[in-house]
Design a protein around this ligand. Structure first.
Ligand code: CAA
Length: 380
């Protein structure tokens, strides 16, 4: 078994690490305080190729593997999980969805711009009454011959206000249940498409989360992704890969908090010595590091499965389930290691603790991951 990374993977990881330290760190507290979208940083990430990493170069992407992608996700998330969720949604939900299931015309028209970062994407599945229960779509897309008429509301949409292109899941034929669901590409600015107010969130506050309202929006038929009725499977298949990206985000949040706790414990003194010399702290560091390494192995295995053509529904769900729990546990402990300073914004760990929670909720809650894993286990 070979656990080593290739030269190319190491290079891209180091580039992401440098970028996160020099470009993301300086304004991260301010963006979090003011819920400020990282416009400049997203532009630079596009220039560096972080927004379309796995897309075929013929559509403007980096042509990289999933292992490289999770390495980048981990490095960005150590510093700024608001930026990394933007990267994750654009790469693993929007670009992947279009590359794997879009028509050639859709790829030429939309994917080429999304992969280079010229345009940003959003993935719109969740609704006020359809979060975990994704088949219960209330948004409708009525077939009118050469176009569909879209009506409904989507909730908690990452990049909701800043995206240019939206992949929207909607019910075309209620009788057919999940087999009557379709996925569409909708452009910002189309008549009847309104962006609702921005959510005031606990964490990932630099990212831009909105509800979206569709009021008789006319969507050309050529903007449907795949065959009629493919929308639910499209969402499920896309989310399976998305979960690997969020697992890597959770891993990065945990690793970032651990790095800060370890460094702090080497300089902070109590009872006559640096606190790392007390077993109360040293054992915490040992536990944190061990669980992070275990999470990293699950994340890498899921990425490797995807790169090697294996089924990754279960390995992605296991990676997300475990890494998101590790992100919560490790960030809480990192705050504890910092004592009173951990509760103060300038030390960064309280933000990482707030950011960690969403990794147990979006792209399927931890309970949803257990459904996916247990169904996978019991299938045969
Ligand atoms: N790949 C392909 N097909 C799949 C699939 C997958 N991974 N998972 C399910 N399907 C298929 C099934 O085979 C079935 O098809 P058939 O009828 O042809 O056999 C069909 O989909 C329905 O499957 P289920 O009966 O298993 O569906 P279910 O209603 O029991 O739901 C679920 C399954 C796993 C709970 C699913 O609803 C789910 O994943 N829910 C969570 C949704 C979610 O993750 N939302 C996050 C929103 S996106 C987001 O957060 C993005 C962001 O902004 C960051």
């Amino acid at each position: 078994m070979d656990f080593s990374l290739s030269e190319e993977q190491l290079m891209i990881r180091d580039a992401a690490r440098d970028f996160a330290r020099t470009e993301l760190l300086p304004g991260v507290i301010e963006r979090d305080n003011h819920q400020k979208f990282p416009t400049e940083q997203v532009k630079k990430m596009g220039e560096l190729g972080f927004l379309g990493m796995m897309v075929d170069p013929k559509y403007g992407g980096g042509g990289m593997d999933t292992v490289s992608y999770v390495l980048v996700m981990e490095e960005l998330s150590k510093i700024d999980a608001s930026c990394s969720v933007i990267v994750s949604v654009n790469n693993s939900l929007v670009c992947y969805g279009l590359q794997a299931y879009g028509s050639e015309d859709q790829k030429q028209k939309y994917l080429t711009k999304l992969a280079t970062g010229e345009k940003l994407g959003a993935f719109c599945l969740s609704e006020p009454e359809a979060g975990s229960d994704a088949t219960s779509q209330k948004t409708t897309a009525i077939d009118k011959g050469d176009h569909y008429i879209l009506n409904g509301t989507k909730n908690w949409i990452t990049n909701g206000g800043t995206a240019d292109y939206y992949l929207v899941i909607a019910q075309t034929d209620k009788e057919k249940k999940h087999k009557g669901i379709n996925a569409f590409i909708v452009e910002k600015g189309w008549e009847g498409f309104e962006i609702g107010p921005k959510e005031d969130k606990l964490g990932i506050r630099g990212s831009d989360t909105h509800s979206l309202i569709f009021n008789d929006v006319k969507v050309p038929k050529e903007n449907r992704i795949g065959e009629d009725g493919f929308g639910f499977k499209f969402a499920m298949k896309t989310l399976s890969g998305g979960r690997i990206g969020i697992a890597a985000q959770a891993l990065g949040i945990a690793a970032g908090a651990y790095d800060l706790a370890r460094e702090y414990s080497k300089v902070r003194k109590a009872f006559g010595t640096e606190i790392c010399n007390h077993q109360a702290i040293a054992f915490k560091l040992a536990d944190m590091h061990t669980s992070i390494e275990a999470a990293r192995h699950l994340v890498m295995k899921a990425a490797w499965d995807k790169d090697n053509g294996n089924n990754y529904d279960m390995s992605g769900a296991m990676a997300k389930l475990y890494a998101s729990q590790v992100a919560m546990d490790v960030t809480v402990e990192a705050v504890q290691v910092h004592g009173g300073n951990g509760y103060v914004k300038e030390y960064h760990v309280e933000r990482l603790m707030r950011d960690a929670k969403i990794t147990q909720i979006y792209e399927g809650t931890s309970e949803i991951q257990k459904i996916v894993i247990s169904r996978g286990l019991l299938r045969d």
